[in-house]
Write a protein that binds this ligand. Structure first.
Ligand code: UTP
Length: 295
């Protein structure tokens, strides 16, 4: 019988500056912006929890205090809701932090890049495979199916190397992504031979763009540490993972589901409309509103 390699820990790098969302992100983290009624951060944590992860590690920076407060007990609020007999709301608030979930925080003192942010989590991750989720990529699994990280944890059982989530992107968008190319070795699985950060359309080896979900082996920490600064003068996660191609190997997984780039205004608006239309409470009335307004 196959031995199950559990992924216990997930790293959430949330120390970026969020400049594309200024002025909203001047004093609050972009990861706390709500899509309908939940902050982006909570969607990502719920996705990790559903994939079996129980230790959430946040790499935070200045102006990110609200994230810590969100995943903590809110004594005054809970007391008020209890006193007012609002048991549904009380359950909702308490469900954000299940009893078996642990949260740890580490600071990235300067926003030196995503690779550097992941490296800041090394003392908390230790020597075991771990997940990385970028909360500004809001990922929706297929209707009624597993979330994207759960799919990846499953794939990791058969391909226990570092794993990146990919989807085909339009050619004129390749410069926004890490792009991978390689050999197909299974259904939706590619053995990665080339990996470049934000190439131009002329030099891109394929149109397979990396989305913000990874399962990584701990060797990536040394590769990040030993890598010079890459594209944009930042310490890139892509460059660290690319080094693993020559040692342990890297696979790309073409995930099932939809990604919303909520770090951009367009992606954030698309997520808001799509999720509002599916929302239990406001979905039907919002659909009526859109029909009347948009056409
Ligand atoms: P982005 O480049 O999308 O985030 O990084 P950003 O820098 O916050 O946004 P813009 O481009 O200025 O609008 C992807 C992820 O990596 C994190 C970000 O918080 C985001 O989740 N990140 C990026 C860090 O934690 N530290 C960094 O130094 C850079």
């Amino acid at each position: 019988m196959k031995k199950l390699t559990k992924i216990h820990k997930a790293v959430f790098p949330v120390a970026g500056l969020g400049t594309r969302f200024l002025p909203a992100t001047k004093a609050i983290a972009k990861e706390m912006l709500p899509v309908v009624d939940k902050p982006l951060m909570q969607y990502a944590v719920e996705e990790a929890y559903a994939a079996g992860v129980r230790h959430m590690i946040f790499v935070t920076g200045r102006s990110k205090r609200a994230i810590e407060d969100h995943f903590d007990t809110a004594y005054e609020l809970e007391h008020e809701l209890e006193a007012a007999n609002k048991s549904d709301l009380l359950r909702l608030v308490r469900s954000i932090m299940p009893d078996d979930m642990v949260c740890s925080y580490v600071r990235q003192p300067r926003a030196l890049g995503l690779g550097h942010a992941v490296l800041c989590a090394e003392p908390l991750v230790g020597d075991e495979p771990f997940a990385v989720l970028l909360p500004d990529d809001l990922m929706c699994g297929p209707e009624g199916g597993p979330g994207v990280l759960a799919q990846m944890v499953d794939v990791f059982q058969d391909y226990p190397t570092s794993l990146v989530a990919v989807q085909e992107v339009p050619l004129d968008h390749v410069k926004r992504y890490g792009i991978v190319a390689g050999d197909r070795v299974g259904e939706r699985i590619v053995k990665v031979r080339q990996m470049v950060e934000k190439p131009s359309p002329e030099t891109a080896p394929s149109r397979m763009g990396v989305s913000g979900r990874y399962v990584l082996t701990p060797s990536v920490f040394n590769e990040i540490r030993n890598n010079p600064r890459g594209a944009g003068g930042e310490i890139q996660l892509t460059d660290g993972i690319a080094k693993l191609m020559a040692t342990e190997g890297v696979h790309a997984y073409e995930y099932q589901g939809k990604r919303y780039d909520c770090g951009s205004k367009q992606g954030f608006l698309e997520a808001t409309v799509d999720l509002a239309l599916k929302h239990e409470e406001v979905g039907a009335s919002f659909r009526d509103y859109l029909k009347k307004t948009v056409c």
